[in-house]
Design a protein around this ligand. Structure first.
Ligand code: AMP
Ligand code: GLY
Length: 434
């Protein structure tokens, strides 16, 4: 342990010694995890990358291992003797990935299960916000069908916002002006989950603020904006995210100051004072009203997908060093630097996504990656030597430029060339800022 802590100070550097040669296991297999692997592959501090289960993109820069169950991941991390683990998705964190790794002395970038509940339970998140005076929509918990009518009356005048209190893979929230749809969703949620949250509708514009934190400190990453609806003009069904860009101009310096004072500081004070501090990234999904006041719509305990694909490329300093430091409560001793570029990513989705999709369709004509434009693989795999689709969000095409327009032009010039039968993508990523 002593030898390791010496090595971490903080991985030393340019003129002297040891840039550590860290080995890391990245958990997950989407566009986010490919972006993390790309960032790590460009980190001087990292010499060996594993990914489980990974995808066709990660296989080019990491060793893929076909495991997803927490017990298998723990075993894998132990066998590989990695220096640390980076958790992509929330589910393994809620199941105790980080807690179990800690028992084996393997640091994890990603919080322990009791803190991952900030994403796993909307009610828990609300209670934590209430206790720490963090601004968010007022809410009401419903657990009896007989209370539905009166509650819908109480919250009327705006669309009803209804949230299931379980991890629902992006399908746990309904925002609707249709009373019978609201009633139906509430009834169904009460019968499957026992209770459901009804909350005030917050008007405004959304932004995602990702904050890397640990027991020693925190670092706010450049704010981004996701596009969650399936079609242009924010129409259609909710998806995991159809594209994103950063930095988001709606998140001004003044909004940032309020966000830090009202949300980030109180959350960090709370999370860093737990028995095991929060180590990972806290995704603050914000609604910014017309006075520039930020409210929390949701917390996630991981990088957003696709926000990760456009946030990490804006970090100029060594990503491996930052993630490793945060997994070890050493963030304060690391200097994190950002570039002044803009990044845009556009998701190529399979036919019928976000509904059920057919997998195994061939993908052709992916252009060569360059320093300012590349493809993040998400639902892809190699089957009999051929690249095929393997999920709903198949690829995300990322451009980096001196302006948002330039970054968008690059992303679109890549995605326009790719062939995947039935696939679709939004043409208006970044439109609000352009
Ligand atoms: P969540 O999973 O909590 O982020 O909710 C999914 C989406 O529903 C958000 O990205 C918002 O677009 C919308 N939403 C959630 N809560 C609210 C709210 N209180 N007011 C307005 N829109 C909301
Ligand atoms: N892009 C939204 C999320 O990752 O939850």
């Amino acid at each position: 342990m002593e030898e390791k802590s010496f090595r971490w100070t903080y991985l030393l550097g340019s003129d002297g010694t040891n840039m550590a040669g860290l080995s890391v296991l990245v958990v997950g297999g989407g566009g986010r995890e490919h972006a993390i692997c790309i960032g790590l592959s460009q980190s001087e501090s990292v010499s060996e990358i594993h990914c489980a289960p990974g995808n066709a993109g990660t296989s080019k820069i990491a060793t893929n291992h076909n495991f997803s169950e927490v017990a298998d991941l723990i075993h894998l991390a132990f066998q590989l003797d990695v220096d640390f683990v980076v958790a992509g998705p929330e589910a393994p964190l809620c199941e105790g990935l980080s807690d179990l790794l800690a028992k084996m002395d393997i640091p994890c970038f990603g919080p322990v299960a009791s803190l991952a509940r900030l994403e796993g339970s909307k009610l828990h998140a609300k209670q934590v916000m209430e206790a720490n005076n963090v601004p968010t929509a007022k809410f009401h918990v419903l657990s009896k069908d007989s209370d539905i009518d009166a509650a819908l009356d109480d919250f009327s005048g705006n669309p009803w916002v209804i949230k299931r209190d379980v991890l629902a893979g992006g399908k746990g929230v309904v925002v609707t002006e249709d009373r019978s749809e609201a009633e139906e969703f509430i009834k169904q949620s009460i019968s499957t989950d026992g209770s459901v949250l009804l909350e005030d509708f917050l008007p405004g514009e959304e932004a995602s603020m990702l904050v890397v934190m640990d027991g020693s400190g925190y670092v706010c990453l450049p704010a981004s904006q996701d596009h969650k609806r399936e079609f242009e003009g924010d129409k259609g069904r909710n998806t995991g995210g159809m594209g994103a860009y950063a930095p988001a101009p709606v998140y001004t310096q003044s909004v940032h100051e309020k966000t830090v004072e009202r949300i980030v500081e109180p959350m960090h004070n709370y999370l860093s004072s737990r028995k095991v501090p929060y180590r990972g990234v806290l995704y603050c999904g914000l609604m910014i009203d017309n006075k520039g006041d930020p409210y929390v719509v949701e917390f996630n305990v991981r990088f957003g997908d696709p926000e990760c694909q456009i946030t990490l490329p804006l970090i100029k300093s060594d990503l491996g060093k930052m993630l490793h430091a945060a997994a070890n409560d050493q963030l304060e001793s690391v200097n994190v630097e950002f570039s002044d570029k803009h990044a845009v990513t556009v998701v190529l989705a399979a036919e019928n996504y976000p509904g059920a999709v057919e997998k195994g369709r061939q993908i052709h004509n992916i252009p060569q990656d360059s320093d300012d434009g590349w493809v993040n693989h998400a639902g892809t795999k190699i089957s009999e030597g051929v690249l095929v689709s393997n999920g709903g969000r198949v690829l995300s095409c990322t451009g980096l430029g001196d302006s948002l327009q330039e970054a968008a032009n690059i992303a679109y010039s890549i995605i326009d060339k790719i062939e995947l039968s039935g696939s679709h993508y939004r043409r208006d990523i970044g439109h609000k800022a352009l």
